[in-house]
Design a protein around this ligand. Structure first.
Ligand SMILES: C[S@@+](CC[C@H](N)C(=O)[O-])C[C@H]1O[C@@H](n2cnc3c(N)ncnc32)[C@H](O)[C@@H]1O
Length: 273
């Protein structure tokens, strides 16, 4: 069977980005190369694709099947202890990099690092004297981050901690976080394969975000920044939370995702701490 015919047959089952991922990881080819060519699938690969499809029918995400995901042009090992990095988080990391460069920031914490995708991408892009820390409450996630830092050849400090426990006051110029923010009763379908601790933000999805806002200003230096990713429906509630902490933070900007939806905010620290 020709690979392009297999793609046609399975286009209703896999979305475009899954098909691209499959072609790259099974055949080491680009999607566009395949469409215009007569590459054949041998029996072994056909069976392999069927097995993958079977796992996907049961909801298992491709990234867990292959144990990897791309983020910011880098490859990250992922397993069931880590969230699969999402494209919208790239936009949050991108803004962090711009802020670090523009303000010549020197110490950065990625709080809730998961596979280490944010910390490692940031470290790759900023000047070598920026100290990047990555922390997570999950020991297993910090171990995956350690592996990814090594495979991507970056030197970052990795800490297993519950939120900011154990860090020194006034340690960071910037804290960036993609915290768990899914409403507890929205964790269903393929999300059930990802770690609950990485997703569960409580009844309204804002439990961990509120805790970060409560504590982060103690750990960020004067005129430092806090960047947090939120769910697509959280802008209004997050604005209220930010307003309630107006003595500590100034809202600098809301970040929109590729669909023009508000998915993260940037605060600067102003308060007396
Ligand atoms: C949404 S995932 C983000 C992972 C990764 N930064 C990314 O963008 O793909 C949230 C991460 O926060 C971690 N986490 C949850 N509660 C935490 C806490 N109290 N302290 C530190 N990390 C926490 C989870 O283990 C998980 O790795």
């Amino acid at each position: 069977m020709k690979l392009k015919d297999w793609l046609k047959t399975n286009r209703s089952f896999f979305n475009d980005s899954d098909l691209r991922f499959l072609i790259k990881n099974v055949f080491n080819l680009n999607y566009s190369e395949v469409l215009g060519s007569d590459v054949y699938i041998d029996l072994q690969n056909l069976q392999y694709l069927d097995e993958i499809k079977e796992l996907c029918i049961n909801g298992l995400p491709l990234a867990y099947i292959f144990g990897k995901e791309e983020f910011f042009g880098l490859e990250f090992r992922v397993d069931r202890n880590t969230l699969i990095p999402r494209p919208e988080t790239e936009l949050i990391a991108e803004r962090a990099i711009e802020i670090i460069r523009k303000n010549n920031l020197k110490s950065v914490l990625d709080l809730g690092c998961g596979s280490g995708n944010i910390a490692i991408s940031v470290k790759k892009e900023v000047s070598s004297d920026v100290a990047v820390f990555a922390s997570d409450v999950s020991f297993y996630a910090t171990e995956v981050t350690r592996d990814n830092a090594e495979s991507n050849q970056v030197d970052i400090s990795i800490v297993n901690a519950d939120l900011l426990e154990g860090f020194k006051i006034n340690s960071f110029d910037l804290i960036i976080s993609n915290p768990p923010y899914v409403e507890s009763d929205h964790i269903k379908g393929s999300l059930l394969f990802e770690p609950k601790v990485a997703l569960d933000g409580g009844i309204d999805g804002l439990d961990v975000i509120s805790k970060i806002l409560e504590e982060a200003h103690h750990y960020i230096k004067d005129k430092g920044y806090l960047i947090i990713e939120v769910g697509y429906q959280h802008k209004q509630a997050a604005d209220k939370l930010i307003e309630s902490k107006a003595c500590f933070y100034k809202l600098e900007e809301w970040i929109k995702d590729y669909s023009d939806i508000f998915r993260g905010f940037i605060l600067s620290v102003i308060g007396d701490r």
